[in-house]
Ligand binder design. Structure first.
Ligand code: NAD
Length: 409
């Protein structure tokens, strides 16, 4: 590790993300100025960052001297004026358009040359840029939680973002050890959009009374080698957080049926069953991390047409290295088919390149393979045949795929 930075990095907001981003930049050798609205918040953040560096020393990842140097590179402030000499400032404050706009405007006036990077998950980077009056210097830098560990950063180009601002944000994230993907300023960017069917199609399987939550989780882990099934994962994320992301992406994309929220999941949230944090969600959790399904169902036997059976078998033969029951294959094909379809729509609509979509899904959500490279291995014709057979079984046209040929790598 060396201090290879001339100018400090500013981080605005010392909460979950801000503290993680400050830790990431200081570990890579950058002096960091960490801002929050009161001293106790920045002190608290510095203390938790120090604890994490000390844990690295205990695990033998860094030396005691390096830990002290990393901690010393972070200074704290409650005055925006102190950020005037920053090269780039990452804004990680509350997800509120008016507050972010006001703060970005003040920052742009104080730090006249700084790139203003917003870590927003659900607001438009272009709209923030225009509203704050410094659109050419505003870019999106979307880190994932926990920021020091998650390797991905989505760099978002706003309508007015200058090329040097996009390039500088990219170079800095890479210098901090991150993998960067470039994304157009579209709802959910890559990861929060393309991952939606993993959750939503799984909830629709429950709503259809076809399989239980543990059966869906099991099928995705067995046939797809996903590290965690969709229900266990949403219990961990928080069903409320997951529902809020779905609602935001769905509404901002103009309410497509593919991404419509699940009534069953929303009702779980309305009843306060938010997942592990409340002890109950899709599963009931005890304090020893034991779980049992909390959604009790009387599952119906599914009727699958000959054409759909044949399309599922052809898809699964290439998509999975493991055999399974027809129900497991049906679940896996429905959920993975939905993800591939969303990835195809995203690339067709110019959200990002196929390569960046695959990279983002592997690094931002730990998918075993990128959805588009997975579809290529299966054969795009087989994927399209599955989607069209599945679309015959639904009333909302949600498996309709982009025109064949529109999807290219
Ligand atoms: N938590 C996540 O998993 C995650 C992931 C990616 C992106 N994000 C985005 O990162 C941003 C921050 O999220 P978080 O989870 O760290 O939130 P958080 O609530 O943990 O922290 C936000 C911090 O911003 C500070 N703040 C509030 N108003 C401020 C103001 N006017 N000026 C300066 N600081 C102010 C708060 O005091 C707080 O310390 C949001 O835009 C969120 O959408 C969050």
């Amino acid at each position: 590790m060396s201090t290879n930075a001339q100018h400090p990095i500013g981080v605005l907001g010392a909460g979950t993300m801000g503290a993680g981003i400050a830790q990431t930049a200081s570990k890579a050798g950058w002096p960091v100025k960490l801002f929050d609205i009161n001293q106790s918040l920045v002190d608290q953040a510095k203390e938790s960052i120090a604890k994490r560096f000390i844990r690295h020393v205990e695990k033998g990842r860094i030396t005691e001297e390096e830990s002290v140097a990393c901690q010393n590179r972070i200074t704290t402030t409650t005055s925006l004026d102190d950020l005037s000499d920053c090269d780039l400032i990452v804004e990680a404050i509350v997800e509120d358009f008016a507050i972010k706009t006001k703060v970005l405007h003040e920052l742009g006036t104080i730090a006249k040359d700084a790139i203003l990077a917003t870590n927003t998950s659900s607001l438009s980077v272009s709209e923030l840029g225009t509203a704050c009056g410094f659109g050419d210097r505003v870019v999106g830098m979307h880190f994932f939680n926990p920021a020091p560990i998650m390797p991905l950063v989505e760099v978002i180009r706003g309508k007015e973002s200058s090329e040097p601002a996009v390039q500088r944000a990219t170079l800095l994230a890479e210098a901090w050890g991150k993998t960067v993907v470039h994304v157009a300023d579209t709802p959910g960017f890559i990861v929060n959009r393309v991952a939606r069917p993993y959750y939503l199609e799984s909830w629709r399987i429950i709503e259809d009374g076809v399989a239980s939550v543990d059966a869906v989780d099991g099928a995705m882990q067995l046939l797809g080698e996903f590290r965690m099934g969709p229900f266990m994962l949403t219990d961990l994320i928080g069903q409320d957080v997951n529902v809020a992301t779905t609602r935001s992406v769905w509404q901002r994309l103009g309410n497509p049926s593919r991404l419509a929220p699940s009534a069953k999941q929303e009702s779980l949230v309305e009843h306060g069953n938010l997942g592990r944090k409340t002890g109950c969600g899709a599963y009931a959790h005890d304090d020893k991390n034991n779980v049992v399904p909390a959604i009790i169902m009387d599952c119906q036997e599914i009727e699958i047409s000959d054409e759909l059976t044949s399309a599922i078998n052809a898809f699964c033969l290439e998509a999975s290295c493991t055999g399974g029951t027809m129900l497991e294959k049906y679940i896996f094909a429905r959920v993975l088919g939905g993800i591939m379809n969303e990835a195809m729509w995203a690339v067709t609509e110019g959200v990002a390149s196929a390569k960046d979509i695959d990279t983002a899904m592997k690094m931002g959500t730990n998918y075993p393979q990128g959805p588009l490279e997975w579809a290529d291995k299966i054969g795009v014709e087989k994927v399209q045949r599955l989607l069209s057979a599945l679309n015959e079984t639904v009333a909302d046209d949600r498996f309709a795929s982009p025109p064949f040929g529109a999807v290219s790598a």
